[in-house]
Write a protein that binds this ligand. Structure first.
Ligand SMILES: NC(=O)c1ccc[n+]([C@@H]2O[C@H](COP(=O)([O-])OP(=O)(O)OC[C@H]3O[C@@H](n4cnc5c(N)ncnc54)[C@H](O)[C@@H]3O)[C@@H](O)[C@H]2O)c1
Length: 275
């Protein structure tokens, strides 16, 4: 972590959706190191518990709360906002991080991600969590930020918002002939939509001092199949995958006054893959 003593988040409260997954707790580690109180929201109870413990292992002074919250449910999110702010300060920082990532073929299912037989339930779920959920949270928490005259929204997009997936990386022979599972179109659509949402909301709430930016991470190494790991390395300028802790400083930058004159923009951190 960098030295953020002049850019403290002390007194700020951040809400991270999908906080029970891989990157949610890493965002929280960065934000709590900078002094923020962090609420992890997820539908996965076990994931939330694991995340909380992971964060406390790094920083036993971290102020962490967890909440089971389905971000696709407007009533539930509204209710949480009301009850939370009745007891505490409003949410200063929202990180729209939750998304579905049905990448590889799951055992026992027919989900391949192929356009020809795309599973429409999967499509609806992807859009619902990744786009509608981010909109609902932005609407509920962002409206309150605007009313208070201060706030930050960070949308976690992906390098797949600015480049097409190279499906050959999922093939053992780097060809189009033997791909068993495709990176699904829904993922590209969701991540691209978040760039649009970032620009729209930055314009909509800029005059209320609510800043909205996006982070576009590249793939994080997480014990993916060896073939995939090697194929992606060859297509990445830095010749490697991201480490799980490499986005924390960017999150703190976007959440803090370090980025005070930045809104509607995206930070691309993909090891150079998209260029
Ligand atoms: N991991 C990567 O390599 C990578 C790369 C680029 C971008 N990203 C993006 O970063 C973000 C986090 O990625 P991750 O790897 O931690 O994903 P993850 O799958 O580990 O975590 C996502 C979390 O979202 C939660 N979630 C799903 N539906 C929800 C709902 N309705 N309400 C609340 N929570 C819900 C899941 O339970 C899960 O814990 C995602 O937006 C992802 O697209 C990840």
């Amino acid at each position: 972590m960098g030295n953020f003593t002049n850019k403290t988040l002390s007194g700020k409260t951040a809400l991270i959706t999908g906080g029970g997954g891989l990157l949610g707790p890493r965002h929280a580690i960065g934000l709590s190191a900078a002094g923020a109180k962090v609420i992890l929201a997820d539908i996965n109870t076990v994931g939330l518990e694991i995340s909380k413990n992971k964060i406390l292992e790094f920083n036993d002074k971290a102020q962490i709360e967890t909440i089971i919250l389905d971000i696709t449910d407007l009533n539930a999110v509204t209710q949480f906002q009301k009850t939370y702010t009745a007891r505490n300060k409003y949410i200063d920082i929202l990180i729209n991080n939750a998304a579905l990532n049905p990448t590889m073929k799951e055992v026992g299912t027919n989900v391949t991600g192929k356009i020809e037989d795309y599973d429409m339930n999967q499509w609806n779920d992807e859009i619902n969590v990744g786009i509608t959920g981010a909109f609902i949270c932005s609407r509920v928490f962002g409206s309150r930020m605007a009313a208070e005259g201060s706030g930050v929204i960070i949308n976690i997009s992906s390098d797949l918002a600015i480049r097409a997936p190279d499906q050959r990386v999922y093939s053992p022979t780097m060809s189009f002939d033997d791909i068993e599972s495709y990176k699904p179109l829904g993922y590209s659509i969701v991540k691209t939509a978040l760039i649009g949402m970032t620009r729209y909301l930055a314009e909509y709430w800029g005059h209320k001092n609510v800043r909205v930016n996006a982070l576009l991470p590249g793939g994080v190494y997480n014990n993916q199949p060896q073939q995939l790991v090697e194929n992606v390395k060859k297509r990445t300028l830095l010749g490697r995958w991201a480490k799980v802790d490499e986005y924390e400083d960017a999150i703190v930058f976007l959440a803090s006054e370090s980025s005070a004159y930045m809104t509607g923009q995206s930070i691309v951190m993909d090891g150079g893959r998209s260029v």
